[in-house]
Design a protein around this ligand. Structure first.
Ligand code: NAD
Ligand code: IPM
Ligand code: MN
Length: 367
């Protein structure tokens, strides 16, 4: 049975390496669960720049708009550091997010029991952790105008603008409240209303939206204090909603609570298309990891968990997503680790494909 269309954009660095493991999982679903995806693959980031002189061609952009879901590996790398800003690999990813209007970026941070020892925090602080950061993804300081580097007198000035409209805050707040309703009904909104007008507006709008969700317990925190609380006692949180830049920082910090950046998936969702499915892009939170690229060391779990999120949010296959997540949990419980998760003495790391093998075996055992 064909469940829908999927555009795969492996990108740069470890992107293609972790995506190769996802493709094996996709094949497994076709063979063993009769769930086939109409898969196409294309270039993004530095790989697209190398071939086309742009990090995202119009044709790829158009294709991304038409499919049920996009799955992206990672973009960027030192080879592209000196490129003109407009054609940097990261611009390809930002264009996808903006033009697909993927305003709600869901970044769950879950600590698998088997990994509680790998966190830089004490085990009891992170064991059982399950939080969801909702990052606004299409506005804020990433996109606000004016922006640029300008001459001012006898020196240059670099300008970026934090800008949020009420409707932009309203829609991401609603996504966060909806998620909170399906979870522990607790939402913490983070901004800096003490120093930023956009933060004052953010707090006002979120408070207004809360009236439609009386069952959800809403709290507000300044984002700097939120960063501190995330390290001090992260289990106080259920859902966190915050802006584009704070969400970028807070989600990297949250990733480390779970043991490794190589564990954290994300879903970027927009408004529903004609078929009722939301516009969607799934990607690991980590980047192209140039320091380990090409060595078979990358942890593919973040990317595989991103595919699990696609099963859940784009293809209405929540039970299959549970199956895949349980397989990963099983593999970790069995002691399989890629190099980023080492720490225990006497444990030899498995390679990227070795981790893929183990997950496929656990999937077979789930049948
Ligand atoms: P990074 O996430 O690529 O790497 C940070 C550290 O985490 C590195 O030590 C890396 O080896 C490790 N790491 C990351 N993912 C891993 C995995 N799956 N398995 C094992 N270890 C992993 O961040 P960076 O070094 O700051 O950025 C490198 C490049 O990636 C830059 O060009 C940056 O712009 C880009 N980037 C892209 C994305 C994306 O495509 N969504 C996200 C973040 C950074
Ligand atoms: C992320 C990355 C991106 C961001 C970059 C690569 C554009 O850090 O997805 O977290 O800043 O949003
Ligand atoms: Mn980031």
């Amino acid at each position: 049975m064909s469940v829908g269309s999927l555009l795969i954009l492996p990108g740069d660095g470890i992107g293609p390496e972790v995506m190769a493991e996802v493709r094996r999982i996709i094949d497994w679903y076709g063979e063993k669960r009769d769930l086939t995806f109409d898969v196409s693959e294309d270039l993004v980031g530095g790989a697209a720049y190398d071939k086309h002189g742009t990090p995202l061609t119009d044709a790829t952009m158009d294709h991304a708009q038409e499919v049920d879901a996009v799955l992206l590996g990672a973009v960027g790398g030192p080879k592209y550091d000196d490129l003109d800003f407009s054609v940097k690999p990261e611009r390809g990813l930002l264009r996808l997010r903006k033009e697909m209007d993927l305003f709600a970026n869901l970044r769950p941070a879950q600590c698998f029991d088997a990994l509680a020892d790998f966190s830089s925090l004490k085990k009891d602080v992170v064991a059982g952790l399950d939080i969801m950061i909702v990052r606004e993804l299409t506005s804020g300081i990433y996109f606000g105008e004016p922006r640029g580097i300008f001459e001012e007198g006898n020196e240059r000035v670099g300008i970026n603008t934090q800008r949020y409209t009420e409707s932009e805050i309203d829609r991401v707040a609603r996504s966060a409240f909806e998620l909170a309703m399906k979870r522990d009904k607790k939402l913490c909104s983070m901004e800096k209303a003490n120093v930023m007008e956009s933060g004052i507006l953010w707090r006002e709008v979120v408070t207004e939206v809360a009236k439609d969700y009386p069952e959800v317990e809403l709290s507000h925190m300044y984002a700097d204090a939120g960063a501190m609380q995330l390290c001090r006692w992260p289990k106080q949180f259920d859902v966190i909603v915050t802006d584009n830049l704070f969400g970028d920082l807070l989600s990297d910090a949250a990733a480390m609570l779970t043991g490794s950046l190589g564990m954290l998936p994300s879903a970027s969702l927009g408004t529903p298309m004609e078929n009722g499915r939301p516009k969607a892009l799934y990607e690991p939170v980590h980047g192209s990891a140039p320091d380990i690229a090409g060595q078979g060391k990358a942890n593919p779990i973040a990317c595989i968990l991103s595919f699990a999120m696609a099963l859940r949010y784009s293809f209405d296959l929540g039970e299959e997503a549970d199956r895949l997540e349980a397989a990963i949990e099983q593999v970790l419980a069995d002691g399989k680790r890629t190099a980023d998760l080492l720490g225990e003495e006497g444990v030899t790391p498995v390679s990227t494909s070795g981790m893929g093998d183990a997950i496929l075996e656990a999937l077979d055992n789930s049948l």
